[in-house]
Design a binder for this molecule. Structure first.
Ligand code: SAM
Length: 274
């Protein structure tokens, strides 16, 4: 892990997992099944798997035996992923898994040889433009479909609205596009860049909205998301800090009381070989 690598907390991944599961575009799953080998074991590579949320969501929605290769650079997250994958597909067929601690920006097509499907979730914004191009080209060389879910697009809606919402959103998006350790992150521009890259590489790309819809039932996630959102915005624009302190206090109180509803917009994409 490099010095500037930010570790993703397993507690945060657990907290967001139900919202991600509810948000992912299920109709894209129906498009995947025809690409999986009938009667044979599908080899599925999940890139940046974290604690395995994508596998827990997708494996039981697909039929037939599956072997999941779970990649992350964080060994602790991989341990969590290995411990909690579902053991059966939709038709009861076996689901097996294997973990690989790797930097996924350095994979080459040989690593993904024989893939039936490549997946990733909540990952693209962490790439630079060069890493995204390489990721798309490496995936495209396999000739299998690529499902990338829950990519942020820089748009959030908070109800009730507050005059500071737009300023914080702008600073947060600038933070997502920051340069760190010599890398300029794509942040909310990543999904558009991915659509362009896969299309240029000759794949057919389907895009679906996959917003988080957070209300009273998700108050814990809303409060945690909101604190991180404001914190990143203030790190980007320290001059926001004074105004944002009381803003954050009353917004978190609203969230905790179930009086704040938030829509965090994302896109899911499925890139299919023609
Ligand atoms: C926001 S988390 C999402 C995790 C999981 N896909 C999910 O939906 O819960 C992003 C994950 O990508 C991993 N990651 C980011 N960049 C990576 C890289 N270059 N190589 C390997 N893993 C990476 C992080 O460690 C983290 O587990």
């Amino acid at each position: 892990m490099t010095a500037e690598t930010v570790r993703v907390s397993p507690a945060w991944l657990r907290l967001r997992e139900p919202a991600d599961a509810a948000a992912r575009a299920s109709d894209l799953v129906e498009q995947i099944q025809p690409y999986l080998p009938a009667g044979d074991r599908a080899l599925i590579h999940d890139l940046g798997c974290g604690t395995g949320s994508m596998g827990r969501w997708l494996a039981p929605r697909l039929t037939g035996p599956q072997h999941w290769m779970m990649y992350d650079r964080d060994a602790d997250l991989l341990t969590g992923a290995a411990a909690e994958m579902p053991g059966a597909a939709a038709d009861g067929a076996a689901v097996t898994i294997e973990t690989r601690q790797r930097d996924i920006t350095r994979l080459d097509p040989g690593d993904l040889a024989g893939a039936s499907l490549i997946t990733a979730s909540a990952l693209l914004d962490m790439f630079t433009a060069g890493e995204l191009e390489r990721f798309a080209a490496t995936c495209a060389r396999t000739g299998c479909p690529v499902l990338v879910t829950i990519s942020v697009i820089g748009r959030v809606e908070l109800t009730p609205a507050d005059p500071l919402d737009a300023r914080v959103a702008g600073a947060f998006n600038a933070h997502q596009r920051r340069s760190t350790g010599g890398r300029r992150l794509l942040g909310p521009d990543a999904v558009g860049a991915a659509v362009d890259a896969f299309t240029r590489l000759g794949l057919d790309v389907l895009v679906r909205p996959s917003p988080w819809r957070l209300g009273a039932a998700q108050a814990d996630l809303t409060a945690e998301w909101f604190s991180g959102w404001v914190g990143a915005a203030c790190e980007q624009q320290p001059e926001l800090t004074v105004a944002a302190t009381s803003y954050a206090r009353h917004r978190v109180a609203e969230a905790t009381a179930g009086r704040l509803s938030v829509r965090v917009h994302h896109l899911d994409l499925l890139a299919r070989p023609r």
